[in-house]
Design a protein around this ligand. Structure first.
Ligand code: GLC
Ligand code: CA
Length: 525
């Protein structure tokens, strides 16, 4: 087995994990300070959300230099130190790569602004003349995924209104033109830069973007097109899937060519077993497995389970379908319940169901991703609108609250906010009621969510490695599967379920019956 195939991977959102210097924002030295905690939690790898140079208009996913560290997070030496310290504890490091766009503050974009239209500098992005008499209408009618138009018009160096550039996300995130070989060369340089510093893998942001078709055509439903990716927007799932499936800027066939080239680069590092996991939102699910063909990437995020209601029908269909599709490609699945872009699982399905779901997915074959704070059972944070920072909030003029609630810093210790996260003023407020969720408190409480995760990860290492196969024992109401010697049962019904067998671990206190919204691992001797 290769390390990532069955790994428990912990996502650190560096700004919110732990602050080492009192400026209110988490940083790389904070992550180093948290390594003992992560080691004792029992994870195998850390995925670090971006910590590169950034004006921070989109939480660091607006990168102005991917080969340097932003001062708010520390410096290159800190990054190297973090990689070294993690490796010393047998923890691998996965870093985020953001290939769909740069920040407007990246030197390439600044050069493009100062260069004439049709220049080599502009050809690294998507610059076009507008339509209409004086070019006042954008090249097409697409909307940004964060709301508002996907085009911004620039001032040329003579001071006059000029060309438009495409930004599928915020206007501070100009899309890169992947038809331009300079872009590929620059990303290869970035991948090598981090590989030389010892990282073990990459999480690829918006991996299904990059290739754009029909840029000179209007779309019939520009609002829907962009909203299809915003998880906090309620939309009919069928409609959403249809929009994702026929989207001119997502999941175009040409994107696979890019990853075949990247895969060659990864493989050239031989026995380091470099891996890459793709953030993709594609439909139908058969399209997802194309990204993990033998000569492409290693994994993709399976967001179906993350978004699934706590109902046996949806869960069974999503999980069994994923396993079937991924195994057909000879690849390994991934599971996650939360990340920095969506409501926290404890708030989405409730804290009991979240504990039960944790056990249910932690026993599945493949790797499992845990978002910082998820192990504490942390709910989505609440805040005043004046505290919000997510560009989604601003671009939708407040119609959507955005993702800040998922990014509220971790509570570590003590009786009152900011609960040991920082000695200063936290960049987003921690709830004053979060005393019960601190690491310090949960370590003491034997039934805490943290202790459930710690036990589960330990047992997972011992009993649940290898063997990709599971056998479904029950697929309705009460879901159950067998993996090796372990039987997993999840009760999604409203009545208790009697079972017999030796209990390895349970999400709640149980005695021969499994209450609603709980799960158990049994061991066959
Ligand atoms: C991904 C990231 C998200 C970011 C977006 C644009 O979806 O997870 O946080 O805003 O890409 O880079
Ligand atoms: Ca700091």
């Amino acid at each position: 087995m290769v390390w990532w195939q069955n790994a428990a991977i912990y996502q650190v959102y560096p700004r919110s994990f732990r602050d080492s210097n009192g400026d209110g924002e988490g940083d790389l030295n904070g992550v180093i300070a948290g390594l003992d905690y992560l080691e004792s939690l029992g994870i195998d790898a850390i995925w670090l959300s971006p910590f590169y140079k950034t004006p921070n208009k989109d939480g660091g996913y607006d990168v102005s230099n991917p080969r340097d560290v932003d001062p708010r997070f520390g410096n290159l030496a800190d990054a190297e130190n973090l990689i070294r310290e993690s490796h010393r504890r047998n923890i691998k490091i996965i870093v985020d790569i953001v290939p769909n766009h740069f920040s407007t503050e990246h030197s390439w974009f600044q050069e493009a602004l100062n260069a004439p239209s049709q220049s080599q500098e502009r050809a690294r992005f998507h610059f076009y003349d507008g339509r209409g008499e004086s070019g006042e209408i954008p090249p097409n009618n697409w909307n940004s995924i964060f709301g508002g138009p996907a085009w911004t018009r620039i001032k040329e160096s003579n001071g006059e209104a000029g060309q438009w550039y495409l930004h599928l996300f915020d206007s501070s995130q100009p899309d890169l033109n992947w038809d331009n070989t300079e872009v590929m060369e620059d990303f290869k340089k970035t991948l090598r830069f981090w590989l030389q510093r010892g990282v073990d893998g990459f999480r690829i942001d918006v991996a299904h973007g990059l290739v754009i078709e029909d840029i000179h055509k209007d779309h019939a439903d520009p609002e829907g097109l962009s909203a299809a990716l915003r998880l906090d927007v309620l939309m009919d799932p069928a409609k959403r899937n249809e929009l994702l499936a026929s989207n001119p800027f997502f999941d175009r066939d040409g994107v696979h060519e890019i990853y075949r080239k990247w895969r060659k680069l990864f493989d050239s590092y031989g026995d380091r077993d470099i891996m890459a996991v793709a953030e993709i939102w594609v439909q139908p699910p058969t399209r997802a497995t194309l990204y993990v063909r033998a000569d492409e990437l290693h994994q993709f995020f399976n967001f179906d389970v993350m978004n699934s209601p706590f109902e046996s029908k949806d869960l069974y269909e999503n999980i069994s379908n994923t396993l079937k599709l991924v195994q057909a490609e000879n690849a390994w699945p991934t599971w996650c319940l939360s990340n920095h872009d969506c409501e926290r699982v404890a708030s989405r399905i409730g804290s009991d169901a979240a504990r039960a779901m944790a056990l249910f997915v932690l026993a599945l074959p493949g790797s499992t991703y845990i978002y910082n704070g998820q192990e504490l059972g942390l709910p989505t944070g609440e805040m005043a609108d004046s505290d919000r920072q997510d560009p989604i909030y601003f671009r939708t003029k407040g119609d959507e609250k955005g993702r800040d609630g998922a990014r509220v810093p971790m509570p570590w210790s003590g009786e009152s906010s900011p609960f040991g996260f920082t000695s200063g003023k936290p960049w987003l407020p921690l709830q004053s009621t979060w005393r019960e969720y601190t690491v310090e408190n949960e370590l003491k409480e034997s039934d805490s969510s943290l202790n459930l995760y710690r036990k589960a990860l330990r047992i997972r290492k011992e009993y649940l490695k290898g063997a990709g196969e599971i056998t479904w024992l029950s697929t309705e109401g009460v879901l159950s599967y067998q993996r090796g010697k372990v039987t997993v049962i999840l009760n999604t019904t409203y009545t208790s379920f009697p079972f017999s067998g030796e209990v390895l671990l349970s999400s709640h206190k149980i005695q021969n019956t499994l209450p609603p919204k709980s799960a158990v691992w049994l061991i066959k001797n």
